[in-house]
Design a protein around this ligand. Structure first.
Ligand code: KIV
Ligand code: ZN
Length: 524
């Protein structure tokens, strides 16, 4: 193997899922794992099997289904944890047990209440136990960056002697700076006998915003595995973002002689999937995958971009799976630009509808600094759906609370006739959406569900956004609805999105990416 090959260890399903509120369902975890495997991730940390029955089930199913990547299960330095992790990954093509113990004085004194000698014994015993179960064992020194270097070297030596094949030195609390972490790896690798028998790994948290910089600096110190997550999800401020690590290595080959096996064209898709299943929005200006990452707003930048994209872009958007650069629509955009944007979004409007949409676009652009694709879709859909808005919410009664299943009794006006159904669900929103599904069966996938409070206070208007996607045609439709009752707003938004999707489906499959790029090259 090339000595500069960097293994990408994705921990979205473990550290990422530890982000408060980012819990994923069993099916969602399997979907994410498949995408990670397809995109070329070397190791998928699928979960923490001892944490719950659900975690165990997800790790074992991922272990069974994943084709190429190593599948790791996390375990504390406790025999029962290690046995459970071994059980969960045993069907993987390439199973790994990842076991960790704290090594810093603060953790030893306050959390573990153990001496350094006791921890050394624990390392030897638990790594040996893991090695009896699988050949691939990763050992992590939790809080490594706040551990005295001499003691850290002793721990690493004990782990390698007991059979660890990967040594992870995490910046658990995101405290380190790039020069320090590089030096830590250099020193440990130089001082520990047999250090060359293990792959060294960096696992950096982002508390001071330098997780990616620290991960890259670790490579200069000799690490050859980076632990990271899609969208930088993870405990507190998160982990190093996979997409940023991968693209930094790819883009700056002139000063970083490293490589990964990641197919970067999956990055945007992975980001969107993880954002949708965790309901964690991606910050607009997030590097690589934020919706502004390839958007140009100022006149000077747009001018440069139209002449040559390298004036203001260091990466091509297609490289990371974005169809093309977007020149942000605003009050300076003309008819031709608006027309080309509509074509890109898959609309073919008659002259009259186009003129009307253009006037309303200009009004909107006067009120709003940036007009995004979703705004244009909403603006046009609103126009189209008034004529086709034949399905409406008549009444909704929801039973929610601690004792499930929650249920929804929903009456819809469907093409002028009232239809009522009662459905249950995993929570009240799920019950409402299931009720709509029973009355209006469809194959659409819920790609986004977001709730915002429009005003302050417990009587605030809730604004709900729903995006549905139709896999067959590639069409998607977004709709928003507001109501003081969040569940009523949810039902209205879902129904409106379904109405819009029906209109779009009738227009046939969305143009392929090649068509769009061709249209973009031809210009407005
Ligand atoms: O941040 C950390 O130290 C961890 C370990 C379990 C590897 O997540
Ligand atoms: Zn972590």
């Amino acid at each position: 193997m090339n000595p500069n090959y960097v293994r990408i260890f994705d921990t979205t399903l473990r550290d990422g899922e530890q982000s408060p509120g980012a819990t994923m369902t069993f099916e969602e975890k399997i979907e994410v794992a498949h995408l990670l495997d397809e995109m070329g991730v070397d190791v998928i940390e699928a979960g923490f099997p001892i944490a719950s029955e659900g975690d165990f089930e997800a790790v074992s199913e991922i272990a069974k289904q994943v084709k190429k990547a190593t599948v790791a299960g996390l375990a504390r330095a406790i025999p029962a944890d290690i046995a459970r992790a071994g059980e969960a990954v045993k069907h993987a093509q390439k199973p790994r047990i990842h076991t960790f113990v704290s090594t810093s004085p603060i953790h030893l004194e306050y959390q573990m209440k153990k001496t350094q000698e006791e921890v050394l014994e624990i390392i030897a015993k638990t790594v040996r136990q893991a090695r009896d179960l699988v050949d691939d064992v990763e050992w992590s020194a939790m809080d490594a960056t706040r551990t005295p270097i001499d003691y850290l070297c002793q721990c690493v030596e004990a782990a390698i002697a007991a059979g660890a094949t990967t040594i992870n030195l995490p910046d658990t609390v995101g405290f380190s700076m790039p020069d320090e972490i590089r030096e830590m790896f250099e020193t440990v690798r130089a001082r520990v006998p047999d250090a060359d028998k293990a792959i060294f790994s960096a696992h950096c948290h982002n508390d001071l915003g330098v997780a990616v910089a620290n991960s890259l600096a670790s490579l200069d110190g000799g690490a050859r595995q980076i632990e990271c997550t899609i969208n930088g999800l993870g405990e507190r401020a998160g982990n190093a973002a996979l997409e940023e690590v991968v693209m930094a290595i790819k883009t700056r080959g002139d000063i970083m002689p490293y490589m990964t096996d990641i197919d970067a064209s999956y990055l945007t898709r992975a980001s969107r999937l993880v954002s949708a299943v965790t309901s964690f929005p991606v910050q607009y200006n997030k590097a690589i995958v934020g919706r502004n990452a390839f958007a140009h707003e100022s006149g000077i930048h747009q001018d440069g971009m139209l002449k040559n994209s390298s004036t203001y872009e260091i990466m091509r958007p297609e490289t990371v799976g974005v169809a093309k650069t977007s020149l942000v629509m605003g009050k300076h955009s003309g008819r031709a630009a608006f027309q080309s944007k509509l074509a890109e979004l898959g609309y073919e409007l008659s002259d009259n509808v186009f003129q009307d949409a253009f006037v309303r676009f200009k009004e909107l652009a006067d009120r709003k600094k940036h007009v995004y694709d979703e705004d244009i879709e909403a603006l046009v859909d609103e126009n189209i759906s008034t004529s086709s808005d034949h399905n409406k919410v008549v009444s909704l009664l929801v039973v929610a609370g601690t004792t499930g299943p929650q249920s929804a009794t929903l009456t819809l006006n469907i093409e002028g006739e009232h239809h009522t159904v009662q459905a249950t669900g995993n929570g009240p929103v799920d019950a409402v959406f299931n009720a709509i599904h029973e009355l209006l069966p469809h194959e659409a996938r819920l790609a986004l569900y977001q709730v915002h409070a429009v005003t302050a206070g417990t009587d605030a208007q809730a604004e709900v956004s729903v995006r549905l996607e139709d896999e067959e045609t590639g069409r998607r439709a977004t709709a928003r609805a507001a109501d003081p009752d969040t569940l009523v707003a949810s039902a209205k938004a879902y129904l409106a999105a379904l109405n819009n999707l029906e209109v779009k489906r009738a227009r046939g499959p969305l143009q392929s990416q090649e068509d769009l790029e061709g249209a973009a090259r031809r210009g407005p």
